[in-house]
Design a protein around this ligand. Structure first.
Ligand SMILES: NC(=O)c1ccc[n+]([C@@H]2O[C@H](COP(=O)([O-])OP(=O)(O)OC[C@H]3O[C@@H](n4cnc5c(N)ncnc54)[C@H](O)[C@@H]3O)[C@@H](O)[C@H]2O)c1
Length: 340
């Protein structure tokens, strides 16, 4: 049997707690460290099942027995922790986005350090690992819909996040639309060359005070000539609305929302079916577990990761372009080249 991966989890907030539960459920993982800036005595009691509960992530990096880290800190810390972890020769799973502020040049330097130290870096674009979306991806590769021409994603959160959280993890294009942008590029197998986005505050006008919007409609053009349509909202009153459609020369693939039950009621006065699952960690539970399992497989078998640092750069560029297009009201062209 292959040896378990000794891991440290850095950043245990909303998403880190989700990863924490998943890491404990994965056989190939031996979770040795929990790290968060907020660690105090109460954390040590709460996580008494974990050998080390620390405040400073360097303690994890200095431990030679640790193979890999999972980074789920607030976005502004990702780039530095990735760089330090690569220098310490730890394999890295990092939540998206790579950064909100670090330039392509600096990211290229970090990715070079990752390469030179011969470690894996996987980015948390979990939707690539969702079973429904993987099926769509595989069927596109198998040629079942011919040449893909248009990709459509609908992605709506169930409720507006608190402003303090948005400021830590990024505004709608960086926190949310970035998943759709990555998924659309992945499905179409082509880089995005132009984005035209409209955004507004139809739900909570006070979001303007932090430079955010709650509703986005955008059009993408890919290098291969195909198109994409994305619509995002911060508040769908019926649950976490996540749908994908890819239309091609020989057909169409479509994934509808996932519900707890598939039962539909039809009677003389109405038709009804269960609402979509309520929130991201429930809807994408399998994807979150499978993305970590896939990372472990890449580390143990030296296989390519499902979403790498270059994918993160293209997603980040597309999120920046979305933001710029919303602010200027104009289409934005994207650089489709990137060298590490
Ligand atoms: N893939 C997904 O579906 C998904 C979902 C939610 C969040 N995220 C991403 O996960 C990241 C975290 O988001 P969140 O909602 O959990 O935020 P959060 O603010 O709830 O949690 C972040 C945690 O990181 C800790 N932290 C910050 N800097 C640190 C450092 N240098 N060392 C140790 N700990 C540090 C904070 O104390 C906090 O507890 C963001 O980048 C976000 O974009 C991804």
């Amino acid at each position: 049997m292959t040896k378990k991966l000794k891991m440290g989890l850095i950043g245990v907030g909303r998403q880190g707690s989700n990863h924490y539960n998943n890491l404990l459920s994965i056989n190939q993982v031996d979770l040795q460290y929990i790290c968060d800036l907020k660690v105090d005595q109460s954390w040590k009691e709460k996580y008494s099942n974990i050998p080390h509960v620390v405040k400073d992530y360097h303690e994890i990096l200095e431990d030679p027995s640790i193979d890999a880290v999972l980074i789920a800190t607030s976005t502004d810390a990702h780039a530095q922790v990735v760089l330090d972890a690569a220098k310490a020769k730890k394999h890295i799973f990092c939540e998206k986005p790579f950064s909100l502020t670090v330039s392509d040049g600096e990211i290229a330097n970090i990715l070079r350090t990752v390469k030179e130290n011969n470690v894996k870096l996987q980015m948390g674009f979990n939707r690539r690992m969702d079973p429904q979306f993987r099926d769509i991806y595989k069927q596109i590769q198998d040629g079942n819909i011919g040449t893909p021409q248009v990709v459509k994603t609908t992605s709506r959160d169930p409720f507006v996040l608190k402003k303090e959280l948005i400021q830590r993890i990024g505004t709608l294009p960086y926190d949310f639309t970035i998943h759709d942008l990555d998924l659309a590029r992945y499905m179409m197998g082509s880089n995005i060359k132009e984005i035209y986005a409209k955004g507004g505050t139809l739900i909570d006008p006070t979001l303007k005070s932090i430079g955010d919007v709650d509703t986005i409609a955008l059009v993408l053009e890919f290098e291969n000539g195909a198109f994409g349509l994305i619509d995002n909202s911060r508040q769908a009153v019926f649950g976490y609305d996540q749908r994908l459609e890819v239309f091609g020369s020989e057909g169409m693939l479509k994934a509808e929302n996932v519900s707890k039950s598939t039962v539909e009621l039809y009677n003389s006065t109405s038709e009804s079916k269960k609402n979509p699952l309520p929130i991201f960690n429930e809807r994408y539970h399998e994807a979150y577990v499978d993305e970590v399992k896939s990372f472990i497989n890449s580390v143990q078998n030296d296989a390519p990761v499902v979403a790498d640092g270059v994918d993160a750069v293209f997603a980040q560029r597309a999120a920046i372009a979305t933001d710029e297009s919303i602010k200027t009201g104009k289409p934005v062209k994207l650089d489709t080249e990137f060298e590490v």
